[in-house]
Design a protein. Structure first.
Lengths: 303, 217
């Protein structure tokens, strides 16, 4: 029984494949249309992911600088260190004394001459702390809290760029979602119409099959396979388009990197993302076919 | 066994095709249904295969009430019946073999025995040598025989034929009637609608006469 069922499905699968190949131009066109439609949200998603990756590296552990007041002693420093260690939001802290800070400044090229002319050390004692990952809001709260400590003169934390990046990523996510939704609907509509035309040309076969005992699922099956196979092919086309785009952008980036001496490289879709794309596109095709068959089968129901 | 009780069929436009039919056909019987065109022969046959539904009354096949059958159960009823349509309903996009194959595909028949089943059916109707031919290339008689092969390939209990000898020469018609007799001899219930009086002249089988939607005998 199961074997017969499998044979039946394999038969329909290959029959459908044969049908798709037997009308190469039509099939190719609709696959290309679906591929282009799918490649847009996929491409934007990939750009977002790369941006997130870059920002994730930069902000992998947000850094704050605590500048202490001039008139503090070792006890105060020990107390601050303890407070910092007790705070769960702070990953680690490093004390930089004013002498050490001056030394670092002298070592960095270009400043030697200036520091030599200084009569006394103008730099304050400082802590450099790394915090856990957080939104601009939570990190801003932490900054305000530390700023209130009596020994602390100033807390420096550049959150503006992080906020902008967050906002940009948020916007990007929204754009991806919107594009994906709109173009998914477009794909479903394309498939709906394709299947509608097929049903019209196969009206005799459907009617006769029903008259001699075909179930609705038997009638639906080839159309659903058709939708899923073309959807899958559309997803594969989108994957190829995105791959080519990423490859050519990366080649341009290499040239740019030579001129500006930095290294940027766009990541391609991960295996998981690729599989998701293919499964989703096959599902879209299937869904379009399913809706079309559901709305057209009753019209040719023998009465 | 097919049992009609008080079966009427009125079409939406008010035309009454069948009026209060009471009828019992035993399993393994061969029955002719005759009457003028428009007497309700086709409607009666279609009710048995649930192609149409009665307006009132009950139709029982092996104890199952067809009049109340759920939509999802209709395909399984039709698989027990071989229907030979007046207009043949052949598929012109595939060859003779594939036309006969269709009922077996529909009922998920195991693939190994399929080809031999199809050829056995084609052999019974004398079309074995034409299995690769397309239906468009067949004569009227051959198309009729192809339709019969398709109706019997899944070995139904009930065989229904609507005007099977419609436009055929007398010799062809006689051949086809002989086929039906041979199916009946192996236990198949056979129900044939015809207005061809010459078919009924020397038959010993039961004859039902329909007149304006009513059984006259």
């Amino acid at each position: 029984m199961i074997r017969a069922w499998l044979t039946q499905h394999a038969f329909v699968f290959f029959l459908t494949l044969k049908r798709i190949i037997s009308t190469p131009i039509t099939s190719l066109l609709s696959v290309i249309v679906m591929g282009i439609a799918l490649s847009l949200p996929t491409g934007v998603y990939l750009l977002m992911k790369n941006l997130q990756l870059v920002s994730g590296q930069a902000a992998s552990s947000p850094q704050m600088s605590l500048f202490l007041k001039k008139n503090i002693d070792k006890q105060d420093i020990a107390k601050i260190k303890q407070q910092l260690e007790e705070n769960p939001q702070i990953v680690n802290s490093e004390f930089v004394s004013k002498d050490a800070a001056l030394q670092r400044l002298q070592q960095s090229s270009g400043f030697t001459d200036i520091t030599n002319t200084l009569e006394r050390n103008p730099l304050p004692d400082a802590f450099i702390i790394h915090t856990v990952q957080g939104t601009p809001e939570t990190l801003g709260q932490l900054r305000a809290e530390i700023q209130n400590w009596p020994q602390v003169e100033h807390v420096q934390f550049d959150s503006a760029w992080l906020e902008r990046l967050h906002a940009l990523l948020q916007l990007g996510r929204f754009v991806v979602l919107m594009l994906a939704t709109l173009l998914s609907i477009a794909i479903i509509a394309i498939m709906f119409n394709t299947i509608r035309l097929q049903i019209l040309t196969k009206q005799d076969e459907i009617e006769i099959s029903k008259l001699i005992g075909a179930t609705d699922s038997f009638i639906r099956r080839p159309f659903l396979y058709f939708g899923a196979i073309e959807g899958l092919a559309g997803g594969a086309t989108a994957w190829i388009i995105v791959t080519f785009a990423i490859e050519s952008i990366n080649q341009e980036l290499v040239r740019l990197a030579e001129l500006y001496s930095f290294e940027v490289h766009l990541q391609h879709l991960s295996t998981g993302d690729s599989i998701s794309l293919l499964v989703f596109s096959a599902w879209l095709g299937w869904l379009g076919a399913r809706l079309s068959v559901a709305s057209h089968l009753w019209q040719i129901e023998p009465r | 066994m097919i049992v009609f009780k008080n079966v009427s069929k009125r079409y939406p436009d008010g035309y009454v095709a069948l009026n209060n039919i009471d009828l019992t056909i035993e399993s393994g019987q061969m029955v002719f249904l005759t009457g003028h065109s428009g007497a309700g022969k086709s409607t009666l046959l279609k009710l048995i295969a649930a192609i149409e539904r009665p307006t009132s009354g009950t139709i029982a096949i092996s104890g199952q009430n067809i009049a109340q059958l759920k939509l999802g159960a209709i395909p399984y009823l039709r698989r027990k019946i071989g229907f030979i349509f007046q207009d043949h309903k052949l598929l012109f996009d595939r060859n003779v073999f594939d036309n006969v194959l269709l009922p077996l595909q529909i009922s998920n028949f195991d693939s190994k025995a399929v080809a031999s089943r199809v050829r056995a059916a084609l052999d019974k109707v004398g079309l074995l040598k034409k299995e690769k031919a397309m239906p468009i290339a067949l004569s009227g008689g051959e198309r009729q025989r192809l339709c019969i092969a398709r109706a019997v390939v899944h070995r139904p209990n009930i065989l229904i034929a609507d005007e099977p000898t419609g436009n055929l020469d007398v010799d062809y018609a006689r051949d086809i009637m002989a086929m039906f007799t041979s199916f009946n001899q192996v236990g198949v219930t056979v129900l044939i609608a015809t207005h061809d009086a010459s078919l009924l002249e020397d038959t010993q089988h039961r004859i039902l006469l329909l007149k304006q939607g009513k059984l006259a005998v």
